[in-house]
Design a protein around this ligand. Structure first.
Ligand code: C5P
Length: 278
């Protein structure tokens, strides 16, 4: 079986308070990106093994794919002897949910391959034990996520804008971004306020702590907002990806070339055409 695990962006991410368990209560609108996917190739084998095409990605029991498989085995009592090859396209530490999507799609694939027929809500409960933003990927749909991120409401979303994603070489550790939220300050001259794009209110409360430490990301957002091809720009999740929302018929190649030339020529970038589902 070959399965695609798409990235996501957060069109909105609002934090309300720090909870007693250390997590933050939030409300976020997640949009899957079928135009940017990791791939999982799963074949029957005598034992479980994980392989990855990208150096530096752990292939031991610490990988979320391994954790998902082990939890599925424990909960169902079914031995999952599969060889899983992970082909990475989604950058790590980018706020795009790559590892979480890989884990969610491992649950979905194992459910099908073993004929276990575990209901989606039960899989979501297991996924939530491994990470707050894993359950959302099980629904393969735009969704509102609440609580610490694990309470999912899939929605129909009209979204017809192409997106252009940029990520500098550095990554942001998610726990650090959350831990700095309460005490962080806005940088004067940087727009953080809500952007109304086709009736959706775009705002990300984690921009404040992340921009304070990584001023480059604030400058990247400002630069993208000022370009004629865009109608909006925002950081995704806890960063370090910043996405530009493109105007209708905008020349994304011209915008890519200009952004790289004026900021960082080697910066990772990816064009995601509008459209959901696949
Ligand atoms: O749930 P997950 O393990 O992905 O979260 C990683 C870290 O991000 C948590 O340990 C916590 O520090 C922070 N976090 C948070 N509030 C959330 C989600 C994550 O503080 N709602």
């Amino acid at each position: 079986m070959t399965i695609s695990a798409p990235a996501k962006i957060n069109l909105s991410l609002r934090l309300t308070r720090k909870r007693e368990d250390g997590f933050h209560e939030l409300e976020t609108l997640a949009l899957p990106l079928p135009g940017l996917c990791d791939t999982l190739e799963i074949t029957p084998s005598s034992t479980f093994s994980l392989h990855c095409d990208t150096p530096g990605v752990p292939t031991d029991e610490s990988n979320l794919v391994s954790k998902a498989l082990r939890l599925f085995e424990k909960e169902t009592g079914i031995a999952c002897n599969f060889k899983i090859k992970l082909i990475k396209k989604i950058p790590h530490g980018a706020g795009l949910g790559g590892g979480s999507s890989d884990a969610a799609h491992t649950f979905l694939a194992l459910n099908e391959l073993t004929h276990a027929k575990i209901p989606l809500d039960t899989l979501a409960d297991w996924a939530g034990q491994l990470g707050s933003d894993i359950p959302l990927f099980l629904y393969q749909s735009p969704c509102w996520c609440r609580g610490r991120g694990e309470l999912i409401e899939p929605i129909e979303l009209k979204w017809s804008h192409h997106l252009l994603l940029f990520k500098p070489a550095f990554s942001i550790p998610t726990p650090w971004a959350y831990s700095r939220w309460q005490d962080s300050q806005e940088i004067p001259g940087i727009p953080y306020g809500p952007q109304n794009i086709a009736g959706h209110i775009l705002v990300n409360d984690l921009e404040r702590p992340v921009f304070e430490k990584h001023r480059f990301l604030a400058e990247l957002k400002l630069f993208l907002l000022e370009q004629p091809e865009t109608v909006g720009a925002m950081m995704s999740g806890s960063g370090s990806t910043v996405f530009a929302i493109l105007a209708k018929d905008a020349d994304h190649e011209a915008l890519t070339t200009r952004t790289l030339a004026e900021l960082v020529p080697t910066m990772w970038h990816h064009f995601c055409p509008a459209g959901f589902p696949k």
